[in-house]
Design a protein around this ligand. Structure first.
Ligand code: SF4
Length: 341
């Protein structure tokens, strides 16, 4: 099938990447994403009937593929909390034009069987979050005392299932786990897995973000270069979020995602869908566009919905990270735990 000409936004950025948050729930309370003080026992998560069904999500993907979407990433909250999510993977893998289906997970529920079921259903890649290698630091970040070994075991399960190379995301926060950068790098060298260091971001409104807590990419790279000789390598495709590097001694590859110090909005072709069907054209967006109203309540035909999607992307101008300054006025942003990273 010839790839459709991707629609472009007001900054001529082609639409390529659709991120589906399939649940707003998570079993972790990571302090930079879903702090316990806000997401406590009394927090009202979305009722099941508010969530888009697998058939509705499949329809959305069928409508986006002809507009240029090739890559789907399943996120959350924690996507493995959505029951039978492999059935959704199976349905999306059958959509013409979708060449890549990935998932971002905290790994807690990623057993060998689950990893195999996801792979068999058509999942291509998996990214597992791990912010430190010692239980004390990791436990203080996930704030539920989840042990490191549980996540390392998930990475082994993903690898055994052939979801390789496994990517590992580490959010680096000054004074919390910045001293763990070298230990993490050392652990994943020569494993074939790709560790990505992520600058701590001012996502949402609840993580108490301060610029002082950000460890910029240049500092992370300098840390690594004091131990190993590395060189930059070309990105796989336009719009790739991570800057790629490899160890000259053959130790493999790592990446740095620098939304704060070296924004990458110029080539951002990502759109995000929340569990209840609101579209966000930027991770730092506010309102969101109510797609569920069109596909569930409005009974609109596919061409009519497709037109609305094209219009939404066509008027997009988002470039929050490029515009972010210390003067940036805080506006109410959607929570990352709601639309995924
Ligand atoms: S800040 Fe918004 S526009 Fe910029 S890269 Fe992130 S999602 Fe894309």
């Amino acid at each position: 099938m010839d790839m459709p000409q991707a629609i472009t936004d007001k900054r001529q950025r082609p639409l390529r990447d659709l991120r589906l948050s399939v649940t707003d729930r998570c079993n972790f309370r990571c302090v930079y994403c879903m702090p316990k003080e806000v997401y406590g026992a009394k927090f009202h998560f979305l009722p099941r009937h508010d969530l888009l069904s697998f058939d509705e999500l499949e329809r959305v993907v069928r409508l986006f593929a002809p507009l240029g979407v090739e890559k789907i990433r399943l996120t959350g909250g924690e996507p493995l909390l959505r029951q039978n999510v492999e059935q959704l993977v199976r349905q999306l893998a059958a959509v013409p034009g979708i060449s890549d289906i990935a998932m971002t997970t905290n790994g807690y529920f990623l057993s060998r069987d689950k990893a195999k079921a996801l792979k068999d259903a058509g999942l291509h890649r998996i990214t597992v979050s791990l912010d430190a290698l010692d239980d004390a630091t990791f436990g203080s970040i996930n704030d539920v005392g989840a042990p490191v070994e549980r996540v390392l075991s998930a990475i082994r399960s993903a690898s055994a299932a052939g979801l390789t190379p496994v990517k590992i995301n580490m959010v680096v926060k000054r004074g919390v786990n910045d001293k763990a950068v070298i230990a993490m790098a050392r652990h994943f060298r020569f494993t074939g897995h790709i560790l990505r260091f992520i600058e701590y971001m001012d996502v949402g409104n609840t993580n108490g973000w301060r610029l002082d807590d950000v460890v910029p990419a240049s500092e992370i790279l300098r840390q690594i270069q004091t131990h190993w000789d590395v060189e930059p390598i070309a990105s796989h495709h336009t719009g790739e979020v991570a800057r790629r590097f490899r160890y000259r001694d053959g130790g493999g590859e790592f990446g740095i995602i620098s939304s704060v110090s070296q924004p990458f909005c110029q080539s951002c072709g990502r759109i995000r869908l929340s569990p209840e069907g609101r579209l966000y054209t930027c991770l730092f967006g506010s309102e969101g566009y109510d797609l569920r109203a069109l596909i569930r309540d409005g009974n609109l035909s596919d061409p009519a919905v497709s037109e609305a999607l094209s219009a939404l992307w066509g008027r997009r101008t988002d470039q929050y990270s490029l515009e972010r300054t210390s003067q940036t006025s805080p506006h109410s942003k959607v929570e990352m735990s709601h639309i995924g990273g």
